[in-house]
Design a protein around this ligand. Structure first.
Ligand code: 2HA
Ligand code: ZN
Length: 278
């Protein structure tokens, strides 16, 4: 059996949690990540029949039964993942009953997966329905995106349009836009269900007064998605501090951009007349 600390999926988790901490988006125990793994890659490092512990869940994960994930631990600090991956991360298999997970590695101090496991697993189910290659769900407290939920009009359309306008490439990176949720109780099945529903439409979901969720096929793509939206929110913050928008990217510009990059931006975020004119 190969050393799991050298597995690329562990190295990717270490790298991304370190970057998220360095960027100031995951203070204390803030943030959580889940990464869908192949049985074949897990089997190189672990005996998949050797279950260390069974951990119950109070939501239905049947759609993911038999699937493997590496997940950040509940109450664990991203700051500490690099120096002790085995205590701060865990490799799980969704058990046959769909109501619990079998721990195969990690959480060495007796810990459990993130309190946001409902939002993660429900989001995986939703994303896999629209993109069978989706593997990563990432939550963090991206500073400027979080701040915008206090000061900006709080609709998916209004926030998407502002973010698209703040960096030309935003619309190319997330043409489906960002979906906004009202304040909900973190860790609850309710926020999990609401996030998953939005994840059917978009890979970015903004939790008001809390943070952001991103989903994607790879760790880099998912991190890059959040990073791009957060950068736009940071530019927005500077623009507001400089006295507000005086000129911006026009709808005509957006339509030309979509044509150049061969993307279809979410028509719900354009005026009806503009969509039909394209
Ligand atoms: O894991 O970020 O939303 C801590 C959180 C909960
Ligand atoms: Zn959070």
């Amino acid at each position: 059996m190969k050393n799991i600390l050298e597995a690329s999926f562990v190295e990717e988790m270490v790298e991304v949690t370190s970057n998220l901490y360095r960027l100031g988006w995951d203070e204390r125990n803030g943030g959580n990540i889940s990464y869908l793994l192949d049985e074949a890659e897990v089997s190189e490092y672990l005996d998949t029949t050797n279950v260390l512990r069974n951990i119950s869940m109070d939501f239905d994960g049947t759609a993911l039964k038999g699937k493997y994930f590496i997940v950040t631990g509940s109450g664990k600090y991203f700051k500490n993942v690099a120096k002790d991956p085995a205590n701060n991360l865990g490799v799980l298999k969704v058990a046959e009953d769909g109501q619990s997970v079998d721990l195969l590695w990690g959480y060495t101090d007796g810990g459990v997966p993130t309190s946001e496991l409902p939002a993660h697993l429900m989001s995986h189910i939703a994303r896999l329905e629209v993109d069978p290659e989706n593997r990563v769900v990432m939550h963090c407290h991206a500073t400027h995106l979080l701040a915008m939920t206090f000061s900006h009009e709080l609709t998916s359309k209004a926030i998407t349009r502002t973010l698209w306008e703040m960096c030309t490439e935003c619309m190319v990176v997330f043409p489906e836009g960002i979906q906004v949720l009202p304040w909900l109780i973190p860790g609850s099945n309710e926020i999990g269900e609401a996030t998953a529903e939005k994840m059917q439409e978009a890979r970015l979901v903004l939790w008001s007064f809390h943070g952001v969720y991103g989903a994607g096929r790879t760790m880099d793509e998912t991190f890059g998605l959040i990073e791009t939206a957060e950068k736009a929110a940071q530019v927005y913050t500077y623009v507001q501090a400089q006295g507000g928008v005086r000129q911006t990217i026009s709808d005509e510009n957006f339509i030309a951009l979509a044509k150049q990059f061969g993307i279809t931006p979410n028509p719900a975020f354009f005026e009806a007349a503009q969509v039909t004119s394209r």
